[in-house]
Design a protein around this ligand. Structure first.
Ligand code: LLP
Length: 404
């Protein structure tokens, strides 16, 4: 995704062609970028050969999931809906892990029936429930136990998961107690130790701390785990300041870890696989001048992309066609929704825009479309996939009729 002769392109398709074919706002993905990201991920971890389970919560479009599955990845799911979806797409049950603090009995029953690789438990109550359910079925269920390592991932508080105050996982002490209490159960087998400390992590230090805690835990615990699941969380560069996550360093540490502990590794990346594969293409409806800045009112709103409103996340905005005329005033890019938080980004020295022009919000592949909603009775946008010179609608825009 880049400019050719000042015009934005997704692979071989120009922005002009895209906006003539599809009504804005819409998500547009590059298949090439997705395949490249997956290839790079494999390459970074080639020594360890982990089972890479794509975190489906970050993007659950079936066509994209199929590409991911065809590249050999497994899936990390957090609901029966995601589980049914990945099974339908064709992911093999022995490459599926199921996480989440509140799996209901019907979700667990379904997962047990499908014999997925792991159910990662997050509380003693959940484990007791699984034991009861598996007794009825006379099967042995493979479980992972999720440890809360009490590590600060140094990311946005709202997406941190591995601190004591977060709802996820079991404390060091409780995890040891539970393993001792249930390790001889005939209904479950502790097959995996799992941790996940948060998302959009850009520094290696929290991972190093997490690995230290896990090493320490494995020394104290009385079972041998076949797998250690380190979750996901590796961040991407949203700001174009080239602060990227050091995958090589993490891969080396994880490799050392797996040799020392003689265990297989699972990783659950979402954002680092899908985040930079998509843009949200939107039109400027109106420009409203104010004394201090101009409001650039887009046809995309917080119902299409909620990350800026919810997490103060910054998605770079770029023009569809570059020009050299700079605006003297600051631009405040906002949506049409009746909420002050329906705003994307403030930018200075942006090129001068006109009403009707197209702009592009970058890096919206992860937690973009999946978090969109019908707020203000607005239809959810369409998703388009570009593969070289071809485009394909991979989810239709809802119609107003669908909503009423
Ligand atoms: N594994 C588990 C258990 C998780 O909870 C998550 C994300 C992942 C893997 C994938 O993490 P990733 O590699 O994508 O960072 N909606 C927020 C992010 C929430 C992340 C939730 N858990 C956002 O838009 O930033």
């Amino acid at each position: 995704m880049n400019y050719k002769n000042s015009k934005f392109y997704v692979e071989n398709i120009s922005i002009g062609k895209l906006t003539r074919s599809f009504q804005t706002p819409f998500y547009c993905y590059s298949k090439l970028r997705l395949n490249q990201n997956i290839k790079n991920f494999y390459k970074n971890f080639e020594k360890t050969k982990p089972l890479i389970c794509f975190s489906v919560k970050s993007n659950s479009n079936s066509k994209l999931l199929k590409i991911i599955k065809d590249n050999g990845l497994g899936a990390d799911v957090v609901s029966i809906g995601e589980l049914q979806k990945v099974l339908k797409v064709g992911f093999k049950p022995n490459k599926i892990v199921f996480s989440g603090v509140g799996k209901t009995s019907s979700e667990l029953n379904f997962a047990i029936k499908k014999k997925i690789l792991l159910i990662n438990i997050e509380s003693e109550s959940e484990l007791k429930n699984i034991i009861n359910l598996s007794k009825n079925k006379k099967t042995v269920v493979n479980v992972g136990i999720r440890l809360n390592p009490n590590v600060n991932a140094q990311t946005i508080g709202k997406i941190s998961t591995g601190r004591m105050q977060d709802k996820f996982g079991l404390t060091f002490k409780d995890a040891i107690k539970i393993i001792d209490k249930y390790k001889n159960s005939n209904s479950i087998r502790f097959k995996c130790l799992s941790v996940h400390i948060g998302s959009q992590i850009l520094s290696n230090a929290p991972y190093q701390k997490m690995i230290r805690v896990v090493n320490n835990f494995l020394e104290k615990v009385s079972v041998n785990f076949e797998y250690v699941d380190f979750g996901g969380g590796m961040g991407i560069d949203y700001s174009s300041n080239k602060k990227t996550f050091d995958f090589k360093k993490l891969a080396l540490e994880i490799h050392k870890f797996s040799e020392r502990n003689e265990c297989k590794i699972i990783l659950e990346p979402g954002r680092s696989i899908i985040g930079d594969t998509a843009v949200l293409i939107s039109k400027v409806i109106y420009i409203k001048e104010s004394p201090t800045k101009d409001f650039i009112i887009l046809d995309a709103g917080m119902n299409d992309l909620i990350r800026p409103a919810l997490y103060n996340a910054k998605h770079m905005i770029i023009p569809a066609i570059k020009s050299s005329k700079k605006s003297k005033k600051e631009y405040d890019f906002v949506g049409p929704i009746c909420e002050t938080s329906d705003r994307f980004l403030k930018m200075k020295k942006f090129q001068r825009l006109n009403e009707g022009e197209i702009v592009i919000l970058k890096d919206v592949g992860a937690y973009g479309y999946v978090l969109s909603s019908n707020y203000n009775v607005r239809p959810m946008p369409k998703e388009v996939l570009v593969d070289k010179s071809k485009t394909q609608i991979i989810s239709k825009r809802q119609s107003i009729k669908d909503l009423i």
